[in-house]
Design a protein around this ligand. Structure first.
Ligand code: GLA
Length: 730
């Protein structure tokens, strides 16, 4: 018996879960409603002891059990704030390196920390760590956006060892989240099928979200997820963490339910084929992992991210956007100056702000008349555009609209002058046959000469055409045969590609800070907050079928705000133009249609819709989004944007099933209104000749009534989409 006791006591030293010992230090990273607490033990190990709703008294953080509520681990490292590999660690590491002397282990002890208060309630906490045996340091950065409840976390690695250190894994963030159960919603897809959610309960061990595609990295799986604690979170209830990595390349996000059934989360650049050689005195800075914790469901989490993105990340996130007419689906590669000039006039007639000339306007030796040739040769095609871009800019402007163009500057066609001149600028393996994605190859942006070329292409066009009003920046290929002919460190290619891209974009943004830029990647293959530091908006999918779009836009809306989500009305869907317009209006609306093919009523409807949009767009772009009825589980989708002052709301409703009698049978309870205010409801986007049953009713409702009892938008097979304007009334 005695023997059994000793055995037990040895293996399970402190089953009760000890709290802080005398001398332990606590670093609390707090926002308005959230706290992340790091405990530094007397031995100097940094551990995460809390992530959740902020406690009123910081002194309470000292009472927290050491390693969640479930007891001790063998290593006292399961909850490390940045798990080092090679020593006593038993689980997934955040950092794996080989020192200059070949030693494959690291140990990270607390040195000091500092807190800096910035403008707009942004507080940056830095925790400095060092290996006691080596001049090797890691700094952990936690930027807390107080008002938006968002934490941006990254790390930096540097050393002064005698020779290079090899970084084999170098995560951005390492979190520890104890709960009874964990439900992960991740999103997968492919071209034209972006953002399909899947919710799973995490079981013991590892679940990995990752990508190895290099460019267009999110094609199958974006770096964004929702993690619900204890039970699947709902829109307005439940604990949920929404997270996303701000990196436009290969990433890896690991969820590990550890032996104590606590959750470890490690997010960062994918270590796959990316060993990084760090020279003495140099610093490696990881991309940021962004997250928000909500104890009020997924809705609050996404509203936090939207507010953060508009205020702190997306250029002019609180500013204006241009409505546009794009010619891609109207003409594909087949156009000339005359055709385009007619389209400018059509755009003006329709009422948009800008005409966007898509693919096909460039290259001469190998003209871009299909998607096999010409990428890289960014000179106007003389046959199609004998008078050049400058002429088109002027023609558009004299027709009364601005002019923008499509570019795909990171790519090269095998048939192009650029490829002929600079074969060593192309990513490919010398002894393997070329393999193409959309008939093209990727330029090696890890090469500074290529960076200069790409910058020069864009800068050249903008210098020659200073009033050019918009660029759609596309990226249609993944990286095959990953190899750089010029990079002295071949395994740096994936990382330095993205860094090279950001360098180009940094230079462009320094010179053109306000130019609207659309982030496109054969649809939504590159939607992340690393790229959205530079782009004013993104293209969610090439699939513009109205019905499909409801789902795609709905799922992007968990992470990205309406102002940045480009929704175009096209002929892809077979639904009436009213339906397609109502769907596009829930974000940044645009067109890709042949205006001259619209009949009189369709044109009149569209012109009116654009006027309505310009009147209400601020509520959609800057308002708080409340998702009311999910299309994933209902035959209806319903969502509302409410202005910050709660005096206006725009409410979108769509029928997504077509079985007999499907529709809104009962009132839908609104959210986000002020219960004490009174509101009137008016239907928008009424098709010429139709009457709205809703507009006959002039009743004034209290916010309380609308949120408790609700209102029936009367969606049915005859009214498949209904947009309502809710206005405060005295
Ligand atoms: C990609 C984009 C489209 C269009 C084409 C042009 O597929 O997503 O919108 O610009 O390229 O080639």
């Amino acid at each position: 018996m005695k023997r059994l006791f000793y055995l037990f006591a040895f293996w399970f030293p402190i089953l009760s879960g000890a709290s802080a010992a005398p001398g332990d230090k606590h670093i609390a990273v707090e926002t308005q409603r959230t706290a992340l607490v790091i405990r530094i033990s007397q031995e100097g190990d940094p551990t995460i002891v809390y992530l959740g709703r902020r406690l009123q008294s910081p002194a309470d953080y000292e009472l927290l059990p050491d390693n969640s509520k479930r007891g001790e681990d063998y290593t006292k490292l399961y909850n490390s704030a940045y798990t080092p590999a090679g020593g006593r660690n038993l689980l997934e590491p955040a950092l794996q390196i080989a020192h200059a002397d070949g030693n494959p282990s690291s140990d990270l002890k607390y040195v000091r920390h500092q807190t800096q208060n910035g403008a707009d309630g942004v507080v940056l906490t830095t925790v400095f760590l060092k290996d006691p045996q080596y001049p090797f340091e890691v700094s952990l950065f936690y930027k807390a956006y107080q008002q938006e409840d968002v934490i941006e976390q990254w790390s930096s690695i540097r050393h002064t060892e005698k020779k290079n250190v090899r970084l084999q894994k170098y995560a951005s963030a390492n979190l520890y989240i104890p709960a009874q159960r964990y439900y992960l919603t991740h999103f997968h897809g492919d071209w034209a099928k972006e953002m399909n959610p899947e919710e799973i309960q995490l079981s013991a061990g590892l679940k990995v979200l990752d990508t190895k595609l290099g460019t267009r990295a999110d094609l199958f799986q974006p770096p964004s997820f929702l993690l619900s604690l204890n039970q699947p979170a709902q829109e307005e209830t439940g604990e949920v963490l929404a997270g996303t990595l701000a990196w436009s390349g290969n990433y890896k996000i690991e969820f590990e339910v550890d032996p104590l059934r606590n959750l470890r989360l490690i997010a960062g650049i994918n270590p796959y084929a990316s060993e990084y050689t760090l020279a003495p005195g140099k610093e490696f800075v990881t991309p940021a992992f962004l997250y928000t914790y909500s104890s009020n469901g997924k809705g609050q989490a996404s509203r936090n991210l939207h507010r953060w993105a508009r205020k702190h990340r997306i250029p002019q996130g609180e500013g204006n956007r241009l409505t546009l007419l794009n010619n891609w689906e109207a003409t594909y590669f087949d156009f000339n100056e005359e055709k385009l000039t007619t389209l400018f006039k059509d755009g003006k007639k329709l009422g948009v702000d800008l005409f966007l000339l898509d693919d096909g306007w460039f290259a001469n030796k190998y003209p871009r008349n299909n998607d096999h040739t010409g990428l890289g040769d960014w000179q106007e095609n003389k046959q199609k555009l004998p008078h050049g871009l400058g002429y088109l800019v002027k023609e558009a402007e004299s027709a009364g609209i601005k002019f923008g163009i499509w570019l795909e500057p990171e790519m090269v066609s095998p048939k192009s002058e650029l490829y002929e001149k600079h074969p060593d600028w192309v990513i490919k393996l010398p002894n393997r046959s070329e393999y193409y994605f959309r008939n093209q190859l990727v330029l090696d942006l890890s090469n500074p000469n290529v960076q200069d070329f790409v910058y020069g292409v864009v800068d050249g066009i903008l210098t020659k055409n200073p009033t050019l009003g918009y660029i759609k920046w596309d990226c249609n290929a993944v990286i095959y045969n990953a190899f750089s002919a010029t990079n002295p460190n071949p395994s740096h290619l994936f990382v330095e590609y993205v860094q090279g891209l950001y360098k180009v974009l940094d230079r462009l943004r320094a010179k053109y800070p306000t130019l609207p830029l659309m982030l496109c990647s054969g649809g939504g293959g590159r939607v992340d907050y690393g790229a959205l530091k530079y782009f004013t908006e993104f293209w969610p999918s090439d699939n513009t079928d109205g019905l499909e779009r409801i789902f795609i836009q709905w799922n992007y809306s968990y992470f990205f705000p309406a102002i940045a989500t480009c929704n175009h009305i096209t002929d892809w869907g077979k639904q009436p133009i009213k339906f397609r317009t109502d769907v596009a209006m829930m974000g940044k609306m645009g067109y890709d249609i042949v205006v001259s093919k619209l009949d009189e009523e369709e044109l009149q409807f569209s012109q009116e819709a654009l006027k309505t949009y310009s009147r209400v767009k601020d509520v959609i772009w800057q308002g708080d989004l409340f998702r009311l009825v999910s299309p994933q589980t209902n035959d209806l989708a319903s969502l509302v944007y409410v202005s910050e002052k709660q005096d206006k709301a725009i409410w979108f409703n769509y029928l997504v099933g077509n079985r007999y009698r499907e529709g809104s049978q009962a009132p839908i309870q609104l959210k986000g209104l002020n219960p004490a205010k009174k509101y009137r409801i008016q239907e928008l986007n009424i098709y010429p000749g139709n009457n709205s049953p809703i507009n006959r009713n002039q009743t004034v409702y209290s916010g309380d009534y609308l949120m408790t009892v609700g209102f029936n938008p009367q969606v049915d097979a005859r009214r498949t989409s209904v947009v309502l304007e809710i206005t405060e009334s005295n």
